[in-house]
Design a protein around this ligand. Structure first.
Ligand code: SF4
Length: 374
């Protein structure tokens, strides 16, 4: 199985922490959808697998008017065989959600909604220039539920400027009260080139300490586990039966086709990167050619990436799979390097599968670095 990712690089405004490619200039959107559908046609044979997931991400896909969205989705349906798609996700922002919009998306086949909430505290939302209030997020979840979509994911961020442990606990309580099926939670990171980075350099915001972020992460995992969520990837939690299939495909190193400006693809051996420029992307397709550049990672680069992705999941890293793909030498080397962490209680080994322990999760970056081949 494989996944299709469609990138919609439009946002009404820029959140201070965001380093994703997006633009508020929506006047190119119609042309962009034409280019996307043309790219889909040119690349429809690239991944020789059945697709089980379709994901519209951004940017903010929900800024796209319904008529154009319907053209896009119907165009994809006429290009690809989507009869095996089990999960069709769209990312939305709370301020775009109306019952009419979600009902129309559902008619088009969407069965999962992922919403960027980030915080249920209006002061914290303003501090990162989110364009919605906490109440709008709460109302949006209820509108999505009312329409009949029962697979809802929300994103939260902890370690926000000025956020206390107490405030974070309220955020998690509110998320639990909404009865959503999936929660992704990330520690705020300061990326070079973002407004947040500049604000920190000028002393206008202070970065949360590592200790506070660890305490917030621990509180989150404890509260969600009490509520029945499975902590199935370092930053992701799901009620039983609601793990994200699309993201699990990435973590299981399954091929995916990414279409649109700034989208990436991976067919099992080759990576393809579309330019982070709507103009360059549209120009290439107007000239009847694809826009991507290719990279052919060495086998050990793929091995390192697979180790990193699989170890982040609770399913862990099966050394039999590694031996099949990269040879016994690679699997044996991993096993030897893992011993010290097993002895320290940071990794556990179950049959042929290595996985992080709860203590290991807090040190995952260091452990994964030590397990790298390169
Ligand atoms: S809505 Fe999402 S993609 Fe758009 S600026 Fe904010 S974080 Fe970035």
């Amino acid at each position: 199985m494989a996944g299709i990712y469609i990138h919609i690089p439009y946002c009404k405004s820029k959140c201070t922490y965001c380093d994703f490619y997006s633009t508020p200039q929506v006047e190119t959107m119609e042309q962009y959808v034409h280019s996307l559908l043309y790219e889909a046609k040119l690349r429809q044979e690239e991944i020789p697998h059945q697709f089980n997931t379709l994901y519209l991400g951004g940017g903010t896909p929900s800024v796209m008017p319904l008529e154009l969205m319907s053209q896009l989705i119907n165009g994809l349906k006429s290009t690809f065989d989507l009869s095996h798609v089990e999960e069709f996700t769209i990312e939305v922002n709370p301020d775009d959600v109306t019952q009419e919009y979600i009902a129309a998306l559902m008619q088009l086949g969407v069965n999962r909604v992922s919403m960027g909430v980030q915080s249920f505290n209006d002061g914290e939302l303003r501090a990162i220039n989110r364009r919605h209030t906490a109440q709008q997020a709460i109302d949006a979840v209820s509108a999505i539920n009312d329409v009949g979509i029962s697979n809802i994911s929300i994103d939260l961020i902890y370690g926000l400027p000025g956020q206390s442990l107490e405030s974070w606990r309220h955020n998690v309580e509110q998320a639990i009260d909404l009865d959503v099926q999936h929660i992704s939670a990330y520690c705020l990171s300061y990326e070079h080139g973002t407004r947040l980075w500049v604000m920190r350099e000028k002393g206008k915001v202070q970065e949360a300490s590592d200790e506070l972020c660890i305490a917030m992460h621990n509180q989150l995992t404890w509260m969600l586990k009490q509520t029945g969520f499975e902590h199935y990837e370092i930053s992701n939690f799901a009620l039983p039966g609601y793990r994200s299939l699309h993201n699990s495909n990435y973590w299981n190193y399954t091929p995916y086709l990414g279409l649109g400006a700034a989208a990436h693809s991976f067919d099992g051996t080759t990576r393809r990167y579309n330019p982070s420029s709507i103009k360059k992307y549209i120009n290439a397709l107007n000239n009847n050619r694809t826009a991507y550049t290719e990279e052919h990672p060495y086998w050990f680069e793929r091995l390192d990436e697979e180790v990193m992705l699989r170890l982040r999941t609770s399913d862990g890293l099966d050394l039999d799979i590694i031996a099949n793909r990269y040879g016994d030498q690679a699997a044996n080397a991993l096993f030897c390097k893992a011993q010290q962490f097993i002895n320290q209680g940071l990794l556990k080994m179950n049959n042929s599968t290595l996985a992080l322990t709860p203590q290991g999760v807090m040190m995952s970056d260091n452990i994964i670095r030590e397990l790298m081949w390169d």
